[in-house]
Design a protein around this ligand. Structure first.
Ligand code: NG6
Ligand code: CA
Length: 504
């Protein structure tokens, strides 16, 4: 328990009330709780009757739930890059889905949202999924030493992260830029090109896949790490390998510890869950609980993490002045490469809600994501249809903190704090989003630029929204993007095309 709550408890009930319901909203703690691949319909406050996430409901009851919030991209790396930097990912050519041995994509000289908090004297931490590269150059990491530059060079004093995703090697925790639990006599080697001699692979030794098999034709059949084959090759570091069923607990415990350690001072915590990215292999206490197999069970595990965070904030007496922003990096996918029976067991659940497409798609489900903002001392609970984009997180936090960003930093980010706190019910004029193509949506119309990409991904069963023709949808009356009306509204097409041209 932090000092402030001890003092409050010590000086009696009246004082306790004023302590817990104080009105000082300066320097709130901020937690950015970023889910992986959770879709618009995957959390129960968003209305699907097929899933129950009581802890997310608990958060929504004390916050604003947004119905028109957007990630910048339909996959993780570009989405997270833009979220942390306020820079559109397509302005660079190296922000695609990162390999597990990618060099750090955000350069140390680039100002991030974490830098803003650090500058204001906040304790800053990153816990969980990273997927933004580590060290100077791709493939040049010293996995057995100090992996630098790393999170500390872009604003995070503390970090406990997985380098990329659960399905990419190296499958180890990296704490403050060093692999946790590494035995110096069992060095780690990683390659995304060449298998290591004598290391069994998923494709050659399927009998060793005791936990999950890859879906046919998806890949994910390279290094085997505790009974699951991954993308990439790895050897060594046996004592440091994570166990998939413990990933969520590990992330949650480190987040709780960070909060407890910094409960006496303002902190910023970037908490990226591994849930519900593949491979989905939840802890036994969640297995079978959703009736939807591992994908649904992973949603319940995500919900548990949310509850554990709310609980520790309450225990520490800091819930009222903590701003929590819960969202997802991109839309949902059902089969993303492992034979976890997610498709067969989905039943009536609609991870995308009423939207079309999913992860990887230009259609709305690719990038329209759940967003709940809670700050009990400041924000009134409710539902907001304001148009908001994760690109604005940087400038909104700068406004919250009263920090002027460095010259040239976060060029695409605008202050959306009034919308995020529920005061401005309109939000942005438009949002721009990247999947196979690029699209712009102004709250009424959505234009998807022509592209030569595939219209459909047969492996993931996703309508990708790529078309050689321009597409225009009147989202206000056609949320499901069924009627391309580009030919009937050339003026709208021209207007929206120009917005994209102005932001390339
Ligand atoms: C894809 C992977 C998918 C997932 C995705 C990244 C294959 C066939 N599919 O390339 O499983 O890892 O990349 O997901 O390799 S993200 O949410 O981190 O962007
Ligand atoms: Ca993702």
């Amino acid at each position: 328990m932090n000092k402030k709550s001890l003092i409050c408890l010590g000086i009696g009930a009246t004082a306790l009330m004023s302590c817990s319901s104080g009105s000082d909203t300066s320097r709130p703690n901020v937690i950015l709780l970023l889910a992986d691949d959770i879709g618009y319909g995957d959390l129960s406050p968003y209305g699907e009757p097929t899933i129950h996430t009581p802890q997310v409901e608990r958060l929504a009851q004390r916050g604003v739930r947004f119905t028109d919030a957007h990630a910048v991209a339909a996959t993780s790396t570009p989405s997270r890059y833009s979220l942390l930097t306020g820079h559109y990912s397509w302005r660079r050519n190296d922000t695609g889905v990162a390999a597990g041995n990618a060099g750090m994509i955000i350069r140390p000289e680039q100002q991030t949202v974490a830098d803003l908090f650090r500058q204001k004297g906040y304790a800053t931490g990153a816990v969980g999924k990273w997927h933004l590269g580590l060290a100077d150059k791709t493939g040049a990491q010293d996995w057995n030493g100090h992996i630098t530059p790393g999170p500390t060079d872009i604003g995070f004093d503390y970090s406990y992260i997985m380098a990329a995703t659960g399905d990419r090697v190296p499958c180890v925790w990296v704490e403050n830029e060093r692999v946790v639990g590494l035995d110096p006599t069992d060095s780690i080697f990683v390659s995304y090109h060449t298998p290591f001699e004598d290391e069994p692979l998923g494709r050659t030794h399927p009998e060793l896949l005791t936990k999950l098999h890859p879906s046919p034709n998806h890949g994910h059949n390279q290094a085997i790490v505790n009974g699951i084959s991954r993308i990439g090759y790895m050897k060594g570091g046996r004592g440091a390998l994570w166990e998939d069923e413990n990933i969520a607990d590990s992330i949650t415990e480190h987040a709780i510890r960070f909060i407890e350690e910094h409960a006496d001072e303002p902190f910023f915590l970037y908490l990226g869950t591994n849930d519900i990215h593949v491979p989905r292999y939840p802890h036994p206490r969640f297995v079978g609980k959703s009736g939807m197999g591992p994908r649904g069970d992973a949603i319940l595990q995500f919900d548990y993490t949310v509850g554990a965070v709310l609980d520790v904030l309450e225990r520490e007496g800091i819930a009222d002045n903590t701003l929590i922003i819960l969202t997802s990096d991109n839309g949902p996918v059902v089969d993303d490469g492992y034979a976890d029976r997610a498709v067969e067991l989905l039943g009536d659940h609609r991870p995308w809600g009423d939207l079309r497409g999913g992860k990887y798609s230009n259609f709305e489900a690719g990038t329209r994501v759940p967003l709940i903002v809670s700050w009990p001392r400041k924000v009134k609970s409710g539902v907001s249809s304001a148009l908001v984009s994760q690109i604005d997180f940087f400038a909104s936090m700068a406004a919250l903190l009263g920090v002027l960003p460095e010259e040239g930093a976060a060029p695409d980010s605008r202050n959306a704090l009034p919308a995020l706190l529920g005061d401005d019910t309109e939000g942005r004029e438009y949002v721009i989003e990247k999947a196979g193509s690029i699209s712009v949506y102004d709250g009424e119309w959505k234009y998807i630029a022509p592209s030569n990409g595939y219209a459909y991904n047969k492996l993931t069963n996703t309508e990708l929204g790529n078309d050689r023709q321009p597409q225009l949808y009147h989202i206000s009356t056609d949320l499901g993007e069924q009627h391309n009306v580009a030919a009937e509204h050339p003026d709208v097409v021209e207007r929206l095309k120009q917005i994209i041209a102005d932001n390339l």
